[in-house]
Each structure stands twice: as C-alpha cells, then as structure tokens.
Design a protein around this ligand. Structure first.
Ligand code: CU
Length: 308
C-alpha cells in the first residue's frame, strides 16, 4: 500500500531525499587556545508542511524543515548553537550529549520566548549518533510538532588508537569515509487530528516517499544509516531490512558493533544507533526496509533501496 499523488517538496522547502545526507557542518574557526569551534544557526518557525499527498500538518520546525538540520561535528570540538525563536510559542533546544546544566534547554537553562535568542555551548561529546529536540512543555506536543533533529559526532581517530580504521571510516571527509554511503533516518509520526495518536508514520517525515522514489545505492559501497527514533505517542519504533542483515552500534558510541548480524532493531523514543550493511554479494534489485510494526509500515514508514 502506498499513497496516491505526490507531496510538493518545493512548497515544503525540503525533500526527504536531500535530508538523507545534507549534513549541517556549521562554521569552523579556531579559538585563541587552538581549539576548533563549530557554530550553527538554528531558528524555530511555525510552518505548514505536507506529510502525505494532500495532508497538511501545522508544524513547528527548526530551520523550516522536519526533521531539523542534521548537525554534524567531530569529537572534541566546541559547539556553539545560536538559537532564535521566530515561532509563536516558547521553545528550546535540548541536546542529547554531554553539557553543563545551564545549557540543558529546559526551564531556567535556555528556554527561549518568541522573538528571543539563546546560544547553547557544549563540547562535541561523546562521539555517536544523537538527537536534539525542544524541551518546552507540554513536551509531547512540542516534540511531535516537529522540533527535533539528528546530531552526529564523528570520532576523532587520534583518540582511538585501537580502532583507528573504524574511526577514520566514520569521520566525514576522509578517503575511508568516502567509500561509504551514509544516510540519516529520523523515524517520526504525525497526529493530524490531535487525538494523541499518529495517523502518519515515516522516516524523514513524508509518508512512503522512499517507496515511490527508491534510495539509489551502489552495491559495491557499504551503507551506514544513522537511525534516530523520535516517534511520539507510540512506545517503540523499529527498522527491518529485507534480504540482508546488518551490524548495529547502540547510540553509535562504540567502534565495535553492539549487535551483529541482525535484520530488525527496535528503539524506544530518543533511542538511536548506527546500522551498517553491505549488498556486495547480492543481486541488483529492490530491497525493502520498514518499521516492523505493520501498522506503521502501512501508514507511511515503508521504503526501498534500489541496489545497482
Ligand atoms: Cu517547543
């Protein structure tokens, strides 16, 4: 089952295919102590988005897109996130990472009223696949409206002498990393009638988008997926791959897999991890992946890789 018609990505201002790997690397400078500083600009706005053909959702969004920009940094850098609230409600950015209490994005620590700004500062620690989201109350409404995004911290190979090769393969910009096909997928859902249940599910917001337009992959290059679950109202979400098995790195905070040779992984809300797989020994063709809650799959969270 899929949807009839197509979402207008131009009107939305974002395309789920571009969200797969349009990393926001911020602006890098070096401070007086020689420390690398990475700065980002994030603005919260009220925006209506089309999440399935003809189904519009009154979202709150970071930088006008759901999920928000995929922030990507390197372990040990200093992060400075300049947040402006151009929306109609109080919002914040709460980062799942290591930071001071004053940078938490909760009341008294970076909650930002409409028209106001705040700068969150923190180290890029630990390396892994993380999440950021608004932490204003009521929390479930602020989260499910669309104020969330992925936050990736690449390991610094110099800090991991025992796994330098793996760390270099994760570090964006290295020749080792270039051999990989990397995708970020944020599993989300939308309550379109405000009954505290989701009517639409997806990875990266638009129902069935990767069914209609398969994700093109080269079978000779391994695939790495940064998977984040921010689905509100349902206790868990999952990722199941057809015809293949993958290795999983829970939270992405290890350089050796925490699960090997699995075809299904489940995540509670805010859980995330890195999946690695290869189609090198497979025949070309379409390989489906989807939530293994059948309801979620039928309501939009179903996708395919087109392996050539
Ligand atoms: Cu909010």
């Amino acid at each position: 089952m899929t949807t009839v018609g197509n979402v207008d990505h131009v009107r939305n201002g974002f395309d789920p295919h571009e969200i797969l790997n349009d990393w926001d690397l911020g602006t890098v400078t070096t401070d007086a102590n020689g420390r690398r500083v990475r700065e980002y600009e994030i603005t919260a706005v009220d925006i209506e988005i089309e999440i399935a053909p003809g189904i519009f959702f009154p979202a709150w969004a970071y930088n006008g897109r759901v999920p928000g920009p995929t922030i990507r940094a390197v372990e040990g850098e200093w992060l400075r996130i300049h947040f402006t609230n151009a929306g109609s409600h109080t919002h914040s950015i709460h980062f799942h990472g290591i930071h001071a209490a004053s940078m938490d994005g909760i009341a008294g620590a970076g909650l930002v009223g409409p028209g106001e700004s705040f700068t969150y500062e923190m180290p890029a620690e630990p390396f892994g696949c993380h999440l950021y989201h608004c932490h204003a109350t009521p929390l479930k409404r602020h989260v499910h409206k669309g104020l969330y995004g992925a936050f990736i911290v690449d390991p610094d190979p110099a800090r991991h002498p025992e796994h330098t090769d793996v760390a270099r393969a994760r570090l964006l910009g290295t020749p080792e990393n270039d051999t990989w096909q990397e995708f970020v997928m944020v599993m989300n859902g939308f309550d379109t009638n405000f009954d505290d249940e989701n009517e639409i599910y997806a990875a990266n917001t638009v129902a069935h988008e990767y069914m209609k337009r398969p994700i093109q992959v080269d079978r000779d290059r391994p695939i790495r997926i940064y998977l984040v679950n921010i689905t509100e109202f349902d206790p868990i979400n999952s990722f199941h791959l057809h015809g293949n098995f993958f290795d999983y790195y829970d939270h992405g905070t290890t350089l050796t897999p925490t699960l090997r040779t699995v075809d299904t992984i489940m995540q509670c809300q805010a859980q995330r991890g890195i999946l690695e797989m290869s189609f090198a020994n497979h025949e070309p063709g379409r390989y489906m992946f989807h939530a293994h809650q059948s309801e979620f799959a039928e309501l939009g969270w179903m996708s395919v890789f087109e392996v050539t």
